[in-house]
Design a binder for this molecule. Structure first.
Ligand SMILES: Cc1cc2nc3c(=O)[nH]c(=O)nc-3n(C[C@H](O)[C@H](O)[C@H](O)COP(=O)(O)O)c2cc1C
Length: 368
């Protein structure tokens, strides 16, 4: 008998298609994590430790999947997390991923390391578009990037703080990961810092980070960033509740619980496990965003029920981009929305805003 469980899932098919279409070193850059990839695996496994606990006899004839952040109402509770160099994954690059986000109603966060500039992208990206910032050694570059984001209609800044140096991505080191001249960090062209090319021993991205990114930033710098812009600021890469408290006094809009998809420090907690204490610490005062290991609608529901206000999609949508460009990514996002509505109906939760921990119960370990 062939059981459904013996068939590859839709997600497995997507990953296989991405693996087939990409060069090995590009696939490894996308798929891999830091060091022993323990956190990469932990992010996924954390979702399996929760069961959904449905309520019955609830009117679920209509379902509302919108959520409220402090500065915006989102039509769907997830957003495209920032990731760099989409031209590495598909020739249409960020034009494809931003258009897919727009057509399916999701917020799009573009990376400092994007292969299309934020100005070029503004025409195809959703109105609710955010800009992810890395803190460069040259603070003039940071100030200019912020000004450009304001001028080109980005509605929030996401400053990534878990990468003072790049994680040890051993797959990239082993592959001597390098890129062709067509892969440039387009946002950085005006500052002469866009070129990733040249010989390496190890990973080209690691070398770039060591040259350009400032490992000395502190909360004072975050405070200065907040003071320098009218845009709301999210701090991405927070795992410690003490940092979340510090973020409150820095005046940010929210904390973004993330371990960079297991690509920075290995052996940190799964983000779903770190989320609870952070929601407890600051959930009443700040937006709490989370990403890491989200692969389907049930994962989104679990993260929101654990107290997140919105959920970031990383590899899920990049595998889709690699598998078939804008069309594949749109299909994945549309299916996620349909599946979310379906899941909430079966869970007996017609309004996402009223979802809470009472819809979850810890999975019991299987008896041997
Ligand atoms: C290929 C790739 C590139 C990434 N580039 C960035 C980046 O430029 N800036 C950033 O803040 N995070 C970056 N991230 C991390 C994502 O924003 C996100 O935290 C992570 O992918 C979430 O985990 P998931 O892939 O398991 O969903 C990247 C992730 C991947 C997979």
């Amino acid at each position: 008998v062939t059981r459904v469980a013996d068939q590859p899932s839709a997600f497995d098919v997507l990953v296989a298609q991405a693996a087939e279409r990409l060069e090995r070193s590009a696939f490894d850059f996308l798929d891999g994590g830091a060091t022993d990839e323990i956190t990469l695996d932990a992010n996924r496994r954390a979702f399996e430790r929760w069961c959904l606990l449905p309520r019955t006899c609830v009117d679920v004839s209509t379902v509302d999947v919108s959520v409220e952040l402090r500065h915006a109402r989102l039509d769907v509770p997830y957003f495209v997390a920032p990731s760099g160099a989409h031209r590495l994954f598909h020739p249409d690059a960020e034009f494809a991923s931003a258009a897919a986000a727009k057509s399916s109603g999701a917020v799009y966060v573009t990376s400092t390391a994007a292969s299309v500039s934020m100005e070029e992208l503004a025409a195809v990206a959703p109105d609710e578009r955010w800009y992810q910032l890395y803190c460069f050694r040259d603070r003039g570059v940071v100030a200019d990037l912020v000004r450009r984001a304001e001028h080109s209609g980005y509605r929030a800044l996401v400053v990534t703080v878990d990468a003072p140096v790049l994680g040890r991505r051993l797959r990239d080191v082993r592959n001597n990961f390098s890129v062709g001249p067509e892969i440039r960090w387009a946002n950085l062209e005006p500052y002469g810092a866009a070129d990733l090319g040249g010989p390496t021993d190890g990973s080209v991205v690691a070398r770039y980070f060591a040259d350009q990114i400032d490992p000395s930033i502190t909360w004072d710098d975050i405070e200065q960033l907040v003071a320098s812009t009218h845009l709301p600021v999210y701090v991405k890469g927070v795992l410690h509740p003490g940092d979340a408290r510090r973020a409150v006094s820095a005046g940010v809009q929210g904390v973004y619980v993330s371990n960079h998809g297991g690509r920075q420090l290995d052996r940190v907690p799964a983000t779903l496990d770190a989320l609870g204490d952070i929601v407890e610490a600051v959930g009443d005062e700040l937006d709490v965003l989370v990403d890491g290991g989200v692969r389907c609608a049930a994962d989104v529901v679990i993260a929101l029920a654990r107290g997140a206000d919105a959920v970031g999609l990383g590899r899920l949508v990049i595998y889709a981009l690699a598998a078939g460009g804008q069309a594949s990514m749109t299909a994945v996002l549309d299916e996620l929305r349909d599946d979310l509505i379906h899941t909430l109906r079966l869970l007996g939760v017609p309004r996402l805003r009223s979802l809470d921990r009472s819809s979850l119960v810890p999975a019991r370990p299987t008896e041997s």
